[in-house]
Write a protein that binds this ligand. Sequence first.
Ligand code: 4AD
Ligand code: MG
Length: 456
Amino acid sequence: SRRQDICEVKALENLPCNVSVAGWVRTVRRGKNILFIEINDGSCLENLQVVCDHRVNSFSEIATVKTGASLSVSGKLVMSPASGQRVELQGQIVHIYGRADATFPLQKKGHSMAFLRTMPHLRPRTNTFSALTRVRSALSQAVHRFFDQRRFVYLHTPIITANDCEGAGELFQVTTRKETEVAESPDSYEQDFFGKKTFLTVSGQLEGEAYATAVGKIYTFGPTFRAENSHTSHHLAEFWMIEPEASFYELGDVMNLAEDFLRFLCGELLSVCAEDLSFFDSRICPGVRERLEKIQETLICRVSYTEAVASIQEADTTFETALSWGMDLQKEHERYLTEVLYGAPVIVYDYPRELKPFYMKVNDDTKTVAAMDLLVPHVGELIGGAERESRLEVLVEQMARCKIDPKAYDWYLDLRRYGSVPHGGFGVGFDRLVQFVTGMKNIRDVIPFPRSAGSI
Ligand code: 4AD
Ligand code: MG
C-alpha cells in the first residue's frame, strides 16, 4: 500500500486497516518473541508503536535494530490494547534501510540545548527540533499569506550589495581577492570581481524602497547578515528578515501594519500548529500559548520614546543603567516595559534622531525621527521600522550628519528627485519571531544551522 506519514496514520478511524510507514527508531523494547519499536518520521511529535512477533519477516534481524536506525514497516493498524497510545501497528514486512549503533548520540530523551547545539545535523531528530522546524515552516507560509492577502508584491532583493543600509558598519565583506593581492593594495578594489567594495546585505530596505515607489507595496523575506560581535541570546550573524515597504504609508500606517502582522501570524499559528504549540507550552515555556491568544484580543499599546523614558525613570525598579533622554533603551528597560509595565507587546515611536539610521523621516521637532520599534516580552525588539525621509534636501542633510557619501547613494536620492512620495515600512527578525511564539530561550536554537560570533 501507499506509504503514509505517521501523522496521517495516527488519525485513521476505520480500523483495522493496512498501512505502510517509514521513519527512524526512537526506542526498542524486547519481550519474549515480541518487539515493541517506537518509530518517528518527523511529521508530528507522536511516535508510532510497531509490534513485531515471530510471524514478521526475518525476526532475528529486526530484533537487533537500535535507536537511530531507519526502517519501513507495512502491516495492520489496530486499536492498541495497551494504554499510552490509541493505535499501534502490527508489523508484517519490515525493511531496514540503515542501522545505527550505540554511538548514536541521541539515545535518551532530555538533552540540554547546549549539547544539541554541538550537533545541528542530528538535533532535528528530537521532538523539540522537529516541532521547531514545522513551526518555522508554518510561520513562513503564513507570512506570505498575510502579504498576499493585502496585495503586497514579494520582492527578491540582492544578497550581495555595495551599500550599508543601517550605517552601523556591521558588514561582512565579499571579495575574490587573494591574500597576497590584499597585502599589496589593501584599499584598492578596482581589480576585484565587482570593481568595488561589496558586502553581504544587512537589509533589503533601500532596494525595497525603489520597488515600493513603483509598484506600491512590496515585501522581502530572505537571509540577512550582520557582523555583530554580540554574544546574546537574540543575535545571529545570519538571520532571516521580512521587510514590507509601502508607498503613501505614514508612521501610523506602518504601526498598524506591524500590529496586524503580529496578530495575524499568532492567530494562524494557533490554528495551524496547535499540537506543536501545546508542546512548547507544556515543555519549553509555560504560558506561551496564552500570550498568543491574548494578542488576538487586545490592541497593542503605543507610546512615544519620550513617554517611555519618563515611565522608566519613574519606575519603582532599580536598573543597572540609569536611562536619560537620548540614550538607547537597554535590554532591562525593554523588559520592564513589556514584562512589567504593560505585560504585553508595546510599540515605541518617535526616537531621538541620533539613535537611528539616516533614512528615517525627521519630525517637525527636528530632535526625533518617525521611527517605530515593536518590543515583545521574552525577546525585546522584534520589529524595527519607520516612515522614510522623502524630502531630498533633508535626506541629503541627514546623510551629511551620518558621514555618508551622497555619491554612493545617488540612485537612492533619485527616488526623492523623481516623484517622491511619503512611504515607510519595517523589518521583522524572523528568528526572533520564532523565539517569541515558541518561548525558546536562545536564538541559536530556532534556526537550523546557526551562525554567530565565533561559531559556525
Ligand atoms: O532594526 P533593524 O536593524 O532594522 C532594519 O534593518 C531596517 N532596515 C528594517 C526596515 O525598516 N525595513 O532590524 C530589523 C529587525 C530587528 O527588529 C530584529 O528583530 C532583527 O531585525 N534583527 C536581528 N535578528 C537576529 N540577529 C540579529 N543580529 C539581528 N539584528 C536585527
Ligand atoms: Mg532596530
